[in-house]
Write a protein that binds this ligand. Structure first.
Ligand code: KG4
Ligand code: ZN
Length: 347
């Protein structure tokens, strides 16, 4: 008998629902919340309210697109953690109510595990064990995956996440939130070696991005007068603005180039250390065109197989919750109605 999973994702500022049958995604509907743009970041209370407004139409749209009746769904999967607690609660309580009223099993999914397993949506799939560089707005991790349920974090950021590095840099440049996609856009016209931001020296497989943010801050304060990336000279607001306007493409390309080299140097190190040859990308930052290109090139140069989820499965989406739910269904890993959403969670 085919297995159909209805999945709900509401961990941050996207309300999403998806349907998958036997691991094949039939629909993936995402409602973005524009309300946060003017605040320069996600406002948790506004996110929860928008989820409440979106969830019924989004689930209906996912079922309709998949040509699926609620009565034919075999299980309800939802994002249990980590994320904004108010946002998670909307999706989790909705999923629990559906599970109770339909008398169908409930599957609790870890959002970061789901980002990794987005790599199992399309063919060809990576073979186990594989490594996954998971880069999102809240996380930067290298994950070793032995099976869909056996995942171990072998490296992670000690401060900011890669997505935060993009968004905070964009904020310093006066760009709106979320700045990652805008840096990506400007970088495509820029020269990435023009400004050489320093690379942090962090031992092992861990990452750090807070130093980069500070060097960008000083660099902009100097308005290009110095390449030292430290506090030397404070330009006037006008000088700063003019410098950014005239050099936005090269600045974005140089920032992006440094973030990519920080990420890929550590992933390369992990691949050599573990002798694992199947490498995946995941998370919102894997939508970055420069990272996708450099990651693929790294694979070609070293004889490694590289995998990147389709664009729509990189940023937050319910298809990744559905595929994770499907594997959990096969393992009989169900939750009961006492399960509750959690803002933080270990693996
Ligand atoms: O995985 P995600 O959608 O949400 C979290 O779970 O955090 O990741 C969102 C992050 C944001 O920081 C956003 O700026 C970044 O992904 N992002 C990008 C791009 N698209 C999204 N960063 C760089 N380039 C992009 N094209
Ligand atoms: Zn995410």
């Amino acid at each position: 008998m085919p297995v159909t999973v209805l999945a709900i994702e509401s961990s941050c500022d996207e309300t999403s629902a998806a349907v998958c049958t036997d691991g094949r995604i039939l629909s993936n509907f995402i409602a973005n919340q524009k309300v946060h743009e003017r605040y320069g970041g996600v406002v948790p209370e506004l996110a929860s309210r928008a989820h409440i407004q979106n969830i019924v139409p989004v689930v209906q749209a996912a079922l309709q697109t998949a040509n699926c009746e609620l009565s034919t769904v075999d299980a309800i999967a939802f994002t249990q953690s980590p994320g904004l607690i108010g946002s998670l609660l909307v999706g989790s309580e909705f999923a629990k109510s559906l599970s109770l009223s339909l008398n169908k099993p409930l599957i609790a999914v870890h959002h970061m595990q789901a980002h990794v397993l987005a790599n199992l949506i399309a063919d060809p799939k990576p073979r186990f064990p594989f490594l996954c560089l998971t880069v999102s707005g809240g996380h930067t991790q290298i994950v070793r995956c032995e099976s869909p349920s056996q995942l171990t974090v072998i490296g992670e950021t000690i401060d900011d996440a890669a997505g935060e590095a993009f968004d905070k840099s964009a904020k310093l440049l006066g760009l709106p939130y979320p700045g990652g996609p805008l840096i990506d856009k400007y970088a495509q016209q820029g020269y990435p070696k023009r400004f050489r931001f320093p690379e942090p020296q962090i031992p092992g497989l861990n990452f750090s991005f807070s130093g980069l943010k500070t060097s960008i801050l000083y660099f902009l304060q100097n308005a290009g007068r110095s390449n030292q990336f430290k506090e030397e000279f404070t330009a006037t607001e006008e000088e700063k603005k003019k410098f950014i306007e005239e050099n936005i493409a090269d600045i974005c390309a140089s920032i992006q180039d440094r973030i990519i080299s920080i990420l890929l140097n550590k992933l390369k190190k992990a691949a050599v250390q573990t002798d694992i040859k199947d490498l995946c990308l995941a998370g919102g930052v894997s939508a970055n065109s420069g990272l996708r290109k450099a990651f693929t090139q790294m694979g070609e140069q070293n004889g490694w197989n590289t995998f990147i989820p389709a664009f729509e499965y990189c940023t937050d989406n319910a298809a990744m919750i559905a595929i994770t739910g499907y594997y959990k269904y096969l393992e009989g890993d169900f939750a009961d109605l006492s399960v509750s959403a959690s803002a933080r969670a270990s693996w």
